[in-house]
Write a protein that binds this ligand. Structure first.
Ligand code: ME8
Ligand code: MG
Length: 517
């Protein structure tokens, strides 16, 4: 079993999303964040494997299909296309997309089941209690009020049937020890503490099969039982790497995962059930589970009944994919809850992207081509203003990398925008139009090269969050971002000695709030 300690590979995952309904902004959020992490890790030179996919089994999907009068597989086949189209639209550079109805996945689930059975972690019994179909979760009696889930308000169903159980309770001490010994295992800290206090209350064994419906992976050697959808779903993280197939190379190379990115709603499944299952199977645990917060719309919980569910397609169409990506990661500290409003979205897109960043490139290129010509030489330090600008650029990579490593996207972006704003004040201080009038050509060339260097370094660091816009910025600056690495290319002056700039074209359009209705 490889433990890839070299750190040259990086395996990250999103949750696999239920296909009972089309994607909304919450799904886009997790996946955009994961994509930014993946791209950042690529900029660090790591070999990244980025997995996403869909969770297609279980009662929730089966019932949704019934309501729509279609087969569950048919529903899955339709909805999965919506997800894949959204990821294309949002420029999500995933390496693999797993669907739990694929044969390769079932093979992994069966292998894990067999291992659990052989290690005596499974026994047969009867489950009697409550079930939340919307969350696909067993709910303890203590959490039931008037037949509803006290935590979510969802209606519950009473279940009484034969079931296989996983000896979850046997892993309580090992889980607590692992979480205590590995502070980075569950992040942010408030969620780590939440899990520790949950474990403190004691664990009950987990029902892991059902007999009253069929839409799932059958229990090997006991076809009356369907494997609990969460056991099925969690296994995607290894089945996608070929676990259970005749080629486990990827699994050897990339497991354990470096990062499972999830929403706070599914923390318990990832931070308690999944590690316990892996322990029982004798497999290494993921390095980190990071839970992010919940989006609301103008202060309100999003729900179909309220009709206020944010459609990521519509938002990307209206504001632009990069603008939306930027907003999601800039507006709210990752890990905390946040609120979406069109006013806030417009402000960030216009003030920060169009004005601060877009205009800096546009002004720089226009002045360059008007006063000097298309070719730009290397940056240089001649004045105090130059030295100050360079000092800020020199300080950026370390600050940025520290924040990105901690998934503090908003701080990483803020650090880049400090540099961008310094570029804008530099323009005012240096006043290239005055230098032009005075015929100070050498000084003018240097000042404009320094400005272009500011945009270059900013765009390099912004690429994980706004890949298309940053690639366009590079094109206008006269060279390509492909193959860039932070440790080499983020430094002042590390670029071709002469750049042939292109005609400037606005990279970020000004946006407006959509019309009501
Ligand atoms: O739970 N704000 O799938 P799911 C932020 N299939 N993020 C949100 C959100 C919101 N309002 N709403 C949803 C499942 N999310 C299981 C996962 S993993 C082995 C199986 C995001 O379709 C967030 O990432 O209900 C959350 O964890 C995920 O969507 C749940 O998606
Ligand atoms: Mg959910």
């Amino acid at each position: 079993m490889g433990d890839n300690p070299s750190g040259s590979t990086y395996y990250l995952t999103t949750p696999i999303y239920y296909v009972n309904d089309v994607p909304h902004i919450g799904h886009a959020y997790t996946t955009v964040a994961a994509d930014a992490v993946g791209r950042y890790q690529r900029l660090l030179g790591r070999e990244v494997y980025f997995l996403t996919g869909t969770d297609e089994h279980g009662l929730k999907v089966e019932r949704s299909a019934q309501r729509q009068g279609v087969e569950p597989q048919g529903l899955a086949d339709q909805v999965v296309q919506r997800y894949q189209a959204l990821w294309d639209k949002l420029e999500i550079a995933y390496d693999d997309f797993i669907r739990t109805t694929e044969a390769r996945h079932a093979a992994g689930v069966r292998k894990l089941w067999a291992l659990l059975r052989d290690s005596d972690a499974i026994y047969k019994g009867v489950y009697e209690g409550w079930y939340n179909v919307s969350d696909e979760a067993y709910v303890p009696d203590s959490q039931v009020v008037d037949g509803c889930d006290a935590e979510t308000g969802d209606p519950l169903e009473r279940v009484q049937e034969e079931s296989y159980f996983f000896r979850l309770s046997a892993y309580q001490d090992a889980l607590v020890a692992h979480i205590r010994d590995h502070p980075e295992f569950i992040q942010p800290d408030n969620f780590r503490n939440e899990i520790l206090s949950f474990l403190d209350q004691g664990l009950r064994d987990l029902s892991i099969s059902r007999t009253t419906f069929t839409w799932g992976v059958g229990v090997p050697e006991d076809p009356d039982h369907v494997i609990y959808v969460w056991i099925d779903a969690l296994t995607n993280y290894i089945s996608a790497l070929g676990y259970g197939s005749d080629d486990e190379d990827l699994f050897q190379r990339f497991w354990p995962a470096d990062l499972h990115l999830i929403g706070k709603d599914i923390l318990r499944f990832h931070a308690v059930y999944w590690p316990a299952l892996l322990m029982a199977a004798g497999l290494p645990l993921p390095r980190q589970i990071f839970a992010h917060g919940w989006w609301t719309k103008e202060g309100q919980k999003m729900s179909k009944s309220k009709g206020n569910v944010l459609d990521p397609f519509a938002l990307a169409d209206h504001y632009g994919a990069d603008q939306l990506r930027y907003f999601l990661l800039r507006e709210v500290p990752f890990g905390q809850d946040g609120d979406f409003s069109d006013a806030a979205m417009v402000r960030r897109a216009n003030e920060e992207l169009a004005n601060d960043l877009g205009n800096l490139l546009n002004r720089t290129l226009s002045m360059q081509r008007k006063y000097v010509g298309e070719a730009v030489g290397l940056p240089a330090v001649a004045t105090d203003a130059d030295a100050d600008l360079k000092a800020q650029l020199d300080a950026l990579p370390a600050a940025y990398e520290e924040h990105m490593a901690g998934l503090r996207f908003h701080r990483a972006l803020e650090a880049v925008f400090e540099v961008v704003r310094r570029g804008n004040t530099y323009v005012d201080e240096v006043a290239p139009w005055v230098l032009n009038k005075q015929g100070e050509t050498e000084r003018l060339k240097v000042a404009l090269a320094n400005l272009l260097e500011t945009v270059r370094i900013a765009a390099l660091h912004l690429w994980p969050v706004m890949p298309v816009a940053c690639e366009r910025m590079f094109e206008q600056m006269g060279y390509a971002l492909a193959g860039a690495q932070l440790d080499r290319d983020a430094a002042w002056g590390v670029r071709p000695a002469v750049l042939h700039t292109a005609q400037p074209k606005p990279v970020f359009q000004k946006v407006e709030e959509p019309e009501e209705g």
